[in-house]
Ligand binder design. Structure first.
Ligand code: SAH
Ligand code: SF4
Ligand code: F3S
Length: 458
C-alpha cells in the first residue's frame, strides 16, 4: 500500500484548478485521499495525473517508521524544484506526518499548507486563505470527526474493490506506535452511513468492500437518540454482509486481544464475508509482547488462531511482525520464528523496529538492538515467511476457488488476475471473463506469491 499514487482521468468541464494527490502509508490514508477529493471537487478542483499539470500538489503522509518520513522529505526537495520552475503551484502536506511535525513541515520552503487527518473539511477555507500569501496550518484533532456524511470519490483503478472507513483513531497505546498520537482517540462511525456507502458502491458495480479501522474489533456505536441501542463490530459485519450476497466483505485490522468469537461466527455464517483474518502478532515472545503493551500473551494469541481454524477450517491468516524491538534477545527472536511456523501465515508484513519520538518506548525503552542484528533477524524472518507462503500455496494445488477478477495480469491480456476469499492472488487464462466477474478456478501450479490455475468449465 505504500509509495503509490492514485489518480483518475479528470472530468472535463468540472473545476478549473488541477489537483495532484500522492498517497503514502496505510489503507486509511488511501481512503482519506478520496475523502479529500470529495471535499475539494465542489471547491473547483479536478484531479490530474501529472505533477507538471498541477496547480495544487497534496501529499498524504505516513509517520509509522522513520523511513516513511524520510521518503516524504525527499519528495519535498523535488517539489521545491518544481516550485522554482512554476511560481504558482502550491504544495500541501496532509496525514500523519502533518499531525506529528506541524510547523517543522510548514517551515520547509516547498510547503504552503499543513492539514492533519481530522481537519480536511477546512481545506477549501485554508486554500482560499493561501491566496492572501501566507502559509496555512490546521492540525486540530477531533473527538467526533468520522467524515460519515462524505461519500469518498473513488480513485482506485479497478472499479471492483473499495475501502470503507468505519472508525478513526486508536486507543491502544502499543508502546512503539505513533498512530494514537497522530490520529487521535478512537471514534466509530454511524453504522447506517456505512451501510449506505456499501449499498452505493454495490450499485456502482463494486463487488468487494474492505472495512477499515486500526482495531475493527473495538468498533462500538451507541445511537445518540437511544444510547441503549448498541452496534458492535459483529453486528456491523452482518449488516454489510446483508447488503448483497454478491458483495464480498473484508476487514482490517483485527486485534488479537479483542477479536471475539461473535465476529468469527458471523464470518462463518455469511458466505460473502471472506475467510481471511489479518491478525498482527508483532512478536512471538511474551517478554516483548508485554513491553510492547499488546495486552495478550503468545498462548492467548495461539488460542485465537485455534478458534479461527476450528470455526473456519479454510480461513487464511496473515500478520505483521516487528523485529529488533528494545531488548530483543536471540531467544525472543527464536520465539517469533517459532510462532510463525506454528501459525503458518500465508503472508506477512515484516518490519525492523523504528523508534518513534515521544512514544512510550522512546521515553522508557532504549532502541538497543544494533542495526546489523535487526537487519539479520529481518532477513531470517523474510526467508522463513517465503517458505511458509510457498508451503501454504502448495497446499492449495488441485483445489478449487472462487476468484473475484480485478483485471489483466501484469504479463499479458490473455490472463486475468483476481483474489480468492483467502486473499491469495490467482492468475488464469482470461476466456470470456472481465473485471468484476466471479470465476471458479482450479489451481494447477504456484509460486510463493501467486496461484496459477484454469477456469472450471463443467
Ligand atoms: N492497527 C494495526 C496496525 C497499524 S500500523 C494493528 O494494531 O495491528 C501497521 C504495522 O506497522 C503494525 O502492525 C506494526 O507491525 C508496524 N509498526 C508500527 N509501529 C512501528 C514501529 N515503530 N517500528 C516498526 N514497525 C512498526
Ligand atoms: Fe498502533 Fe497498536 Fe493502535 Fe495498531 S493497535 S494502531 S499498533 S497503537
Ligand atoms: Fe501511517 Fe498514519 Fe496509517 S502513520 S500507517 S498513514 S495511520
Amino acid at each position: 500500500m505504500t509509495n503509490k499514487y492514485h489518480s483518475v482521468k479528470p472530468i472535463k468541464g468540472i473545476g478549473e484548478k488541477r489537483l495532484f494527490i500522492e498517497t503514502y502509508g496505510c489503507q486509511m490514508n488511501v481512503n482519506d485521499s478520496e475523502v479529500v477529493l470529495s471535499i475539494l471537487q465542489p471547491a473547483g478542483y479536478t484531479l490530474c495525473d501529472s505533477i507538471k499539470d498541477a496547480d495544487l500538489i497534496l501529499i498524504n503522509t505516513c509517520s509509522i517508521r522513520d523511513n516513511a518520513e524520510q521518503r516524504i522529505w525527499g519528495r519535498l526537495d523535488l517539489f521545491r524544484l518544481e516550485k522554482i520552475k512554476r511560481k504558482n503551484v502550491k504544495v500541501g502536506i496532509l496525514g500523519c506526518m502533518a499531525e506529528r511535525l506541524k510547523d517543522e513541515l510548514l517551515n520547509h520552503p516547498a510547503v504552503d499548507l499543513v492539514a492533519g487527518p481530522d481537519s480536511y473539511r477546512s481545506l477549501p477555507f485554508l486554500l482560499e486563505s493561501l491566496e492572501s500569501g501566507s502559509k496555512q496550518i490546521n492540525t486540530i484533532l477531533s473527538q467526533e470527526e468520522t467524515y460519515a456524511d462524505i461519500s469518498p470519490v473513488r480513485m482506485d483503478k479497478n472499479g471492483v474493490s473499495s475501502y470503507i472507513s468505519i472508525m478513526r483513531g486508536c486507543n491502544n497505546m502499543c508502546s512503539y506506535c505513533v498512530v494514537p498520537y497522530v490520529r487521535g482517540g478512537e471514534r466509530s462511525r454511524n453504522p447506517e452511513s456505512i451501510v449506505r456507502e456499501a449499498r452505493e458502491l454495490f450499485a456502482n458495480g463494486y463487488k468487494e468492500v474492505t472495512l477499515l479501522g486500526q482495531n475493527v474489533d473495538s468498533y462500538h456505536w451507541a445511537n445518540p437518540d437511544n444510547p441503549t441501542e448498541i452496534t458492535t463490530f459483529a453486528m456491523l459485519l452482518e449488516m454489510i454482509a446483508l447488503v448483497n450476497p454478491a458483495l464480498r466483505v473484508r476487514f482490517s485490522t483485527s486485534h488479537p486481544k479483542d477479536m471475539g468469537n461473535a465476529v468469527l461466527y458471523t464470518m462463518a455464517m455469511y458466505p460473502n464475508i471472506c475467510n481471511h483474518v489479518h491478525l498482527p502478532v508483532q512478536s512471538g515472545s511474551d517478554t516483548m509482547l508485554l513491553k510492547m503493551n499488546r495486552k495478550y500473551t503468545r498462548a492467548q494469541y495461539l488460542e485465537r488462531v485455534a478458534k479461527i481454524r476450528e470455526i473456519m477450517p479454510d480461513c487464511s491468516i496473515s500478520t505483521d511482525i516487528i523485529t529488533g524491538f528494545s531488548g530483543e534477545s536471540d531467544d525472543d527472536h527464536r520465539d517469533t520464528l517459532s510462532i510463525m511456523k506454528e501459525v503458518g501465515y500465508y503472508t506477512a508484513f515484516m518490519f525492523q523496529y523504528s523508534e518513534r519520538p515521544n512514544t512510550k518506548a522512546a521515553r522508557r525503552y532504549p532502541d538497543d538492538v544494533p542495526a546489523t542484528i535487526k537487519s539479520q533477524r529481518l532477513s531470517e524472518i523474510i526467508k522463513l515467511q517465503g517458505e511458509l507462503s510457498l508451503a501454504s500455496n502448495k497446499a492449495d494445488l488441485g483445489k478449487e476457488f472462487e476468484v473475484l477478477v480485478e483485471g489483466y495480469s501484469k504479463k499479458s491480456k490473455a490472463e486475468l488476475t483476481g483474489r480468492t476469499q483467502q486473499n491469495k492472488t490467482v492468475v488464469f487464462p482470461s476466456g470470456e471473463h472481465k473485471s468484476g466477474d466471479y470465476v471458479r478456478v482450479k489451481i494447477e501450479s504456484c509460486t510463493s506469491a501467486t496461484l496459477i490455475g484454469k477456469e472450471i468449465t463443467k
